[in-house]
Design a protein around this ligand. Structure first.
Ligand code: GLC
Ligand code: CA
Length: 549
């Protein structure tokens, strides 16, 4: 495909279907609910939708454990509802991206059921190993969801590898038959008209030969031997050459622990195998590698992550811009301030929406949903959270352990979208599958629709500006005052246009700073979080965008 650039002008909205909108009253979000809300998504200015998995699945990892790749789960509305959604998306001039989870399947997938019984050709579809002496596991790797990465299977009499939950056995991508299956899945959805894939932990698909012990990593033991493994580029190239190149589609790869330099091996526009990468550095301004190792929020760390990716991909590739998704707690609760919810939500929006790349908005982010804080650990649903809690240090008090979950669990951001102040936040007329955040009477879409100064309407304005200005889509990025721990200031420049973005992360008034070469007296203030504010003092979490043209 020559000059494929449509995805560069887009803004995506991520739907985590279980909690988006229930259309049939059974308490679980579904595609009928999505159909009802397509106009809402469009009204944000979003023109792409990424669906977290909606395939048949036992739900051990909320759909990331797939039991059938070429169908849609009946609880989401099945194929019929999906086709209606796809049409609805396309009718509105929007695009639809599916989640492609092929590092692992569900243990309930037919392939696994046959593999464990050594039924050909499935025998080597997964990574099976006999026990070592005395029944020991094949190596010392740990799963990403806590506990060893190996599970003994009585049926086959061997261990299988699972880098995630026990019910998510890893596929053996070294087997050409497995790669053919992946290609078949891709073709199936692309032929139906889907516009691309978000490829789940795709950098994990090739494991080092011999599956050696890991003596390097204290956490995620084993990762050096499977992240960016020996054949990953070769396999991705094969998918591209045999399938993706024949369609006008976009691919984005989820990549834990990836540097911009390493990312370019995948996404360099000259010779990469995929279009964009979802990196984690922007998620590590208040933790070390994972939300489970929290630290104090550091704006400087966030700025460094942002700028690193902006500078290093310039002219060579294209960034995914995001602050939230279904795998992390809510961003205002993390990087902003719940006390200044609306203000800090706006500053966070401005901090990333005016960078160069394709922005993603996660359901509920646009109305400033906050972390969910249940009263008991038993209320959690997520497999990772539950395992973490079971393994967490019982020397800590009950209260400390619960607080850790509030702070780190993905469930903090998986509660139903708050549509209005009616019962269950308007998410369902039935009994919701999961808890609704108690703050829904105050924080909900309907209330923000009515308020011209709401975060929701601010997102609309910011996205509309992004779409209307060439400099936001194409201008080069430069960061200013990088040592400031309270201000994030960056500019964008292209022929004929210049943009300056100023975001305060301070919870009190601070002095505005303007870089040399930008004369505010002749710049146009095109977006601001605090109406009427234009002097050189910034209010708590104030943000402004100036344009010269
Ligand atoms: C990705 C998904 C996450 C899932 C994991 C295993 O990180 O985003 O939700 O649990 O992969 O599939
Ligand atoms: Ca439903």
């Amino acid at each position: 495909m020559e000059n494929k650039r449509w995805y560069k002008d887009m803004v995506f909205y991520q739907i985590w279907p279980r909690s988006f909108k229930d259309g049939n009253g059974d308490g679980m979000g579904d595609l009928w609910g999505v159909l009802e809300k397509l106009d809402y998504i469009k009204s944000l200015g979003c023109d792409g939708v990424w669906f977290s998995p909606i395939y048949p699945s036992p739900g051990a990892d909320c759909g990331y454990d797939i039991a059938d790749y070429i169908d849609i789960a009946p609880e989401f509305g099945g194929m019929e509802a999906f086709k209606a959604v796809l049409e609805g998306v396309h009718d509105r001039g929007m695009k639809l991206v599916m989640d492609l989870v092929v590092n692992h399947t569900s243990d309930e997938h037919e392939w696994f059921q046959k593999s464990r019984r050594r039924i050909e050709p499935y025998t080597d579809y997964y990574i099976w190993r006999p026990a070592k002496q005395n029944g020991k596991m094949p190596n010392n790797w740990q799963s990403n969801f806590e506990g060893p990465a190996w599970e003994w299977d009585e049926v086959r009499g061997e261990y299988y590898l699972h880098l995630f939950a026990v019910k998510q056995p890893d596929l053996n991508m070294d087997n050409p038959l497995v790669r053919e299956e992946v290609k078949k899945i891709m073709k199936f959805w692309l032929d139906m008209g889907v516009d691309g894939f978000r490829e789940d932990v795709i950098t994990y698909i090739s494991k080092k030969k011999g599956l050696p012990d890991d003596h390097l990593f204290p956490i995620y033991k084993g990762m050096p031997h499977y992240n960016h493994g020996p054949h990953v580029h070769e396999y991705l190239e094969e998918f591209k050459h045999d399938v993706l190149d024949h369609y006008d589609c976009v691919t984005l790869a989820e990549a834990p622990l990836v540097s911009p330099k390493r990312a370019l091996e995948y996404i360099d526009e000259e010779n990469g195998q995929i279009d964009m990468m979802i990196q984690f550095q922007c998620q590590c301004a208040d933790c070390l590698f994972t939300d489970w190792l929290p630290t104090k929020f550091s704006l400087r760390r966030l700025k460094k992550a942002f700028s690193d990716w902006q500078y290093k991909l310039e002219g060579r590739s294209w960034n995914v811009l995001y602050l939230e998704n279904h795998d992390h707690p809510r961003i205002i609760s993390r990087y902003g301030s719940e006390k200044f919810r609306c203000e800090s939500g706006k500053t966070l929006a401005v901090s990333y929406l005016f960078q160069k790349g394709t922005p993603f908005v996660y359901q509920g982010q646009e109305i400033g949903m906050l972390n969910w804080r249940p009263s008991s650990p038993d209320m959690y649903e997520d497999v990772h959270t539950k395992n973490h809690y079971a393994n967490s240090n019982t020397k800590h008090t009950q209260e400390e352990r619960l607080r850790k979950l509030w702070r780190s669990s993905r469930d903090s951001a998986r509660t139903p979208v708050q549509w209005d102040d009616s019962e269950n936040a308007g998410f369902t007329t039935g009994t919701p599958w999961f808890y609704v955040n108690e703050n829904y009477k105050k924080i909900n879409v309907a209330a923000e629709e009515k308020d011209p100064d709401s975060l929701l309407n601010f997102y609309r304005k910011a996205i509309a500006l992004r779409k209307s200005l060439k400099v936001v889509r194409e201008g080069t990025y430069k960061e200013h005052f990088h040592s400031s721990s309270k201000l994030y200031v960056y500019s964008r420049e292209c022929a004929g246009q210049k943009l300056l973005v100023v975001c305060s992360f301070a919870d009190k008034d601070i002095k505005m700073k303007c870089p040399r070469g930008f004369d505010l007296s002749n710049g146009k203030l095109i977006l601001q979080s605090h109406n009427g504010s234009c002097d050189d003092m910034l209010k708590p979490y104030e943000s402004r965008v100036y344009l010269w043209e």
